[in-house]
Structures are given as C-alpha cells and as structure tokens.
Design a protein around this ligand. Sequence first.
Ligand code: 0A1
Ligand code: ZN
Length: 890
Amino acid sequence: MREGTATLIRREDYVAPVFWIRTVDLCFDLEPAKTLVTSKMRLERNAGVPHGPLRLHGEELNLLRVLIDGESVSFRQEGHELIIDNVPDADFNLEIRNTCAPEKNTALSGLYTSGGGFFTQCEAEGFRRITYFLDRPDVMAVYTVTLRADKARYPMLLSNGNLLETATLDNGRHLAKWHDPFPKPSYLFALVAADLVAREQRIRTRAGKDHLLQVYVRRGDLEKTEHAMNSLIASVVWDEARFKLPLDLERFMVVGVSDFNMGAMENKGLNIFNTAALLASPAISTDADFHRIESIVAHEYFHNWTGNRVTCRDWFQLSLKEGLTVFRDQEFSQDMAATPSARAVCRIQDVRALRAMQFPEDAGSMAHAVRPDQYVEINNFYTATVYNKGAEVVRMYQTLVGREGFAKGMSLYFERHDGQAVTCDDFAQAIADANPGSPLSTRLDTFRRWYSQAGTPRLQARGAYDADARTYTLTLSQANPATPGQDGKQPQVIPVALGLLSREGRPLPLTLQGEDGGTVATERVLVLDQAEQSFVFVDVAGEPVPSLLRGFSAPVVLDDGLGDAELLVLLKHDSDAFNRWEASQRLALARILGAVRSGEPLTLDAAYLDAMRAVLRHADLDPAFKALALQLPDEAYIAEQLTEVDPQAVHAAVAAAQEQLATALQADWAWAFETHQVSAGYSPDPVQSGKRALVNLSLAMLVLNATRGGDGVWPGRAYQRIKDATNMTDRLGALSALVNAHAELADSALARFHAQFKGEALVIDKWFAMQGRAAEQDGKTFARVKQLMKHADFTLKNPNRARSLIFSLCMFNPAAFHRADAAGYVFWAEQVLALDAINPQVAGRLARVMDRWTALAEPYRGAAREAIVRVAAKPDLSNDVREIVERALA
Ligand code: 0A1
Ligand code: ZN
C-alpha cells in the first residue's frame, strides 16, 4: 500500500502512449487470498510517437510470467513499472500472468472483497492493482472477460457488456464469459462475483430497442431497490428526451456494495454503487436520501455518454466528464422536480453545497483550477472544484448559448468525438462551433479561463440612478484573489442574469442604452468579460432595487452593496426564488457577522424577526422553500466571510440566532408544525418532503426553545414522534431535534433507535453521524464522539462507518472540532494516521479538513499547524495524505 515514490505529474508533460492496446482477454481464477489473473493483449505501436520501450503499470502484484507472441521475453521491474525493451515493430500478442490478494486490499482500489464477495474499483488507477497494463484513460481496448469461481459462494459472476457463455466446472466451480463491444479505458473495467439477487425490468426505448435493467444486491435488500430502479428508468427516458442520447447496451447492470470509497462508479454497463447511494425504503431512508439516490443513479447512468462513449484524454481533464455529468444530473433533478418552486429548491440546495464545499476549497491550500495543472495523487482531485464548480462552468455555457444552443453543442461534441479520449478544450470548441456568433463563441478564449484559473472571482456591482435622465447605470467589476501558484488573474466571462425591481417590488422593463425601446423583458443576462464594465438602463421610472446573479448565474462571490431595506424588498417580491432565498440568507449573515466582528452578543432585531415570521406564515410560498429560507447559513460558509476565523465565536453567534428565532417565533413554529403534517401514504415527492422539512425544522426550534425555558411539552412530543413515526424522515427529524438540543430525553431516544435498527448498517451510520454532528454544547459532542469510537459497531475499515463518526465531527461540526485545548486536532491527527494504514483515499479526504488552517485565529491556528506537522512527520505516509499535508504547510 505504501507508495514510496511521490512524483509530481504535470499537465503540460502529456505525451501520447507509445503503444495502443486494442483488445484484452482477461481470465480470473477468483480466490480471496490469491486470485490468478491471465491477460492476453493485442498491442500496436503508436505510429505518431517516437519509439520507446513498453512500460506497463502494476502495483501490489505478483508477476508469474510474460510472453510475447507465445515466447518468454526479458523484462525489468522498476518501481511500479514493468518494462520490456525488446518488442516487435509490428502488432504483437502480449500475455501476462500474475496474482493479486483481494482480501488484503483494504484500500478498496483494484479487486477487493466485501461481505464475502469480490468487487472492483478501477478509477482512477485501480486497474494496475489487478494486472499490468497501460492504465491510462487514452488507451481504449475491447475487453473479453472470463470469471471462474466457487459456485456456492459466488453464484453471480458479472463483468462489462454482454454475457457470452456460462459453464459448470469441476470442484464446485463455475465460469462466466463476458464481452464488451465498446472500446474502453481500463478505469471503466469492472467485475463482481458474489451471492446477490437482482431486481429486473425490461424496457423499450423511443428507438424501439429492448433492454434489460438489473439492480443486484444482497438477498435481504431486494425490496430496497425499487427507488433505484425507478430512478434508472427515469434517467434513461430523460437522456433520450433531453439530449437524444439512447441506452446503447442490451443489458445495464447496477450492483450495490457496502465497502466503497465514493458514492458510485460508472463502469461500462456495470455500475457499482455504495449501498448508501442505492438502497432506499421509507423505513430506513430520509427524503434527502431518496433525492440523493435518484441523482446518483442518474449521474452514473449519464456517464455512459459523458465519460464512457467520450472519455478523458488524461486525468487533468477529469472535469470534462465530471463537471458535465454533474450538470446533467442537476438538470435531471430539476426536471424531475417539475414545479418552478421545486426546481428552485433544487438549485438552492446545489448552490448551498457549492458554497459549503467548493468556495472553501478555492480559498484554501488545495485550491486548483477546474482543469488542474499538476497532481501527485489523482485521487485527491475528485474534488468539489472538478465536480461542482465544473458543473457551474457547464451551466454557464448553457446560459450563454441558450438551452437549445447547448443541446446543439452537445450533439456536435458527440458527432466529433464519439469513441475518443478528449480534452476540456475539445468540449468548449464543440459548444462554441455549434453556436457561431453567440456570446460564448465571440469570447471563447476568455471563457476558457474558467478552466485554468483557480479561485472564486469577486463580482462587485454598484448602481447609480439619475432621476433627471431616468437612467440606471450598473457598474460591474471583477477581481479574482491569488491562489497557490497563481497570482495575477485575468478577467473571466461572467454571465450576470438580472432583473430590476421598483421599490414596491414591481419588475421593471430592461432596455439598455442604444437598444430600441421595444424590449420589454424584465429579466436578461449581461455578460461581463472585462475587469470593469458599465451598463446603462434607460426609461427607468424610479431608483430600482437590482436583483443580480439570478439563479446563481455564475460561481462568484457577489458584493452588490445592498442594505436591509433592499434585501427586504427582494425577500418579499423577487420573482427569482433563488434571489429571494439569497436575501433571507444575507439578512441573517449580516447579523451574525456583525456580532462576530464586534465581539458583542447577538440580538436579533424586530425587522429581521418579522421578515422571517412573514416567510413562515406566507400563504403562497412552498414549505420546502420556507424551510430553506428559515435555516441559518452554514457555519463553514459564515467562516468564509471572515479573514480571521474564531470558530467558537461563529458558533456562539449562530447558536444565539437559533435560540432567538426559536423563542421569538415559538407560536409560529407551533402553527407550522401542526398545519404541515402529512397524512397521505409516504412518497418522497417534493410536496410531501417539503412539508416534512418544515415540520422537522419547526420541531427542532420548539424543542430547542423548550430546553431554554420555553414550552416544556415539546421534547416529550418529539420522543413520542420517534416511537410513532412511519418513515425515517419524521423519525430522524424528531431524534435530531432532541440530540441537537441536548435534551434530557436524547439518550434514551438514541438507545431505543439503536436497538430498533441494529441490523441496518445504513441506519446505524445515521445514528453515529447524528451524534457526531450534534450542535456542540460545553464539549459534550466531542466527548460523545470519543466514547463512540469504542462502540462495538464502530470500525475504521468500512468507509461509510468511518465517515459517519469521524468526518461528521471533523468536517461538519466546526464548533465541536476546533477546540481551544486542541483536542480536536489531536484526534484528527490520530485518525488520519490510523486510516492511512487502512485506506489512503479515505485518509486523504479526512486530511483535507485542515485546508483552511491559515485562516484560523489563535490559539486554533498554532495548534492546527502543530497537528499537521505531526502527521507530515510520519515517514511512510501514503501519497494521498502526504500531498494534502505538504500543500497545507507550503
Ligand atoms: N467517477 C465516479 C466517482 C468515483 C471516482 C473515484 C472512485 O474511486 C477512486 C470511485 C468513484 C463518479 O463520478 O461517480
Ligand atoms: Zn461522475
């Protein structure tokens, strides 16, 4: 597992491979302790590059033999490479035989065992842990795979593509042979051998073709696959309708596994999922789980075109497939949400996630461009920047060329590049070429800076109204702060969707100077591509309130200089639901930041409380929207607004705001709780889940208020609700209300919950996570986590379980983690090192918690540094963790 060699890989050093591998015939004799792999490949020199030896990647393998055209050849092994100097000039056959040890593979990369079965994870560089290969995405081969294993223990033998043959062998073994007709890079290879059952569905697509969809899980989990299957069918239908992209396989398989490093993986025709991202039932899953599963199933399915049919030339282009596929799954979720309000809720949630995860990344030690320039360990670059900011970049293409123009661009992209391994530039060119004369095509070079410049641009907007001339001049300017290795940044293309409102909240027509007055649009997109530009609106009847960056039209930080009065107009009247929500957040943010900066205790004013009450009691607003608008900004997002962060001060201000909102609106919360109960049978649809979100928020407020001396009836009602609940959303909501408020009944409720869900690993994960995320109060949460580390159900070996407790504390609970006595940092260092010995990818992710340590105030800053130094001093760290801590200390 120890990597030993930490070389920096640079984008500019890309060279095409010296050889192509055209076909590969793989044969596996599967045994947990020692699996024998025989690989027969057809190789061809790449005529376009200078001659050189054949260098194959291989890690943690035991090499048995190497034959070229049936004859043994001499070879060298250097580090993680197998080098063959003398290879024929013409095409040749290469046969390699090696073994690997799946049951020792705790890193869960390559071939590993989980729950008594075999599973693979090959992205990004896991295939080289199975056999020697040109393990790079631009080498695409046609695979034929034979699996041999014990029939009783592994009745299901799966690989990519179509099943050619099955047979029974001696000694209780059996065989299955698969063939995938689509050339693919090795990272999309997969096999599964396990005792699984499948939910099956036959579908006929628009094109009139029949397909078999299968979802494979362990026996007891079959009834939890209905939602995944429905999500898969909806994804197939959507991709055909929206982008004319059909399912290209007769058989499409999805498999669940409980030990998995990420959410899921898009292996061609054989997607492998973390069970947490696949299994759902009302009894064990929340509305949020249902929603997340739908979007991940869609994401992996959409990769079949954006990732698999057209793949990445090299790993620097990762956002080519990930940013685009996240954009596609976000669009899908919005279309599934159906109503405008539910669509807006989706958008708000996506932006919240971007700000909570990606903005801090852009401001920290690991800041990198959407298309990074260098890496040591590619696994460290499956980031919010590559995924979520990448998706925002794709969204900007669509904003600039329009929905139809974007669909045309996608068609051209597939026309040009189907079956190829390409770059982000190829994608940009296709979208631009399909839309000549568009605001994208005329600024393509500037637009491309989104791929090369790290950092979140600051967009400043200032308006000046001239009453005599009836003009409103909006001056937009941009600046992008320096990030590691990037000082002077160039202006970027920033589409600014906007509207202007009268002081009474009426939308105003938007005519720019020089345009004929015929334009009556009340929303339009301005394109900023210079450091500063002014736009003059004419015929403006009175000083307007600008509603800028509607729908979050660009991933920037906006400073529009608006004060309370204007924000209250937007909160009440903006036709753009996103900006309405944004106004609610900014009103809260201003108050919290005011308290943190001044060091004075926070007191919420009547204007704010009245506005929040009006939102809560509003007759027309969607409950899901209300729940989002009434939620305070994340502590991590608040911290991002400060140059020097005292996490305890941030938490104190948020806790005070929470308590005051709970108390001042007590009667309103009680009203909301009573009037939004769902009586119909459970469905995770936006209407029901919106009501449950508002009910759960209300209950949390009511319980909090009760523990601060308010109406004492609510903790008892929450406790009863946990007992009576008929779905996990209600049950978990009530339980977390008690746990977060540290109510007296919390312990017994937690014990009951644990007893009730003993056998459900995914629910026990929630049980740990809830305690790790509980609002800190006098160190109680931290002490509880330390104690839970010794719980019989806790293990570092299962990534979901490790994340449920450790990440909940270190990543999602700043006040419990950043302690003045540094105990949180000591705990972090211990867990990073312990995890690194088991699973470097998971350890690397945990290491990233310290990315923003330099922004901390003392004593946190000094103590954080000490903890990072302690980790960095460990001599045999994985590349994953070493890269993170070294960048943090650079
Ligand atoms: N491509 C997958 C994510 C993924 C990446 C790496 C993995 O192992 C290191 C596993 C999954 C996706 O975007 O869904
Ligand atoms: Zn993906």
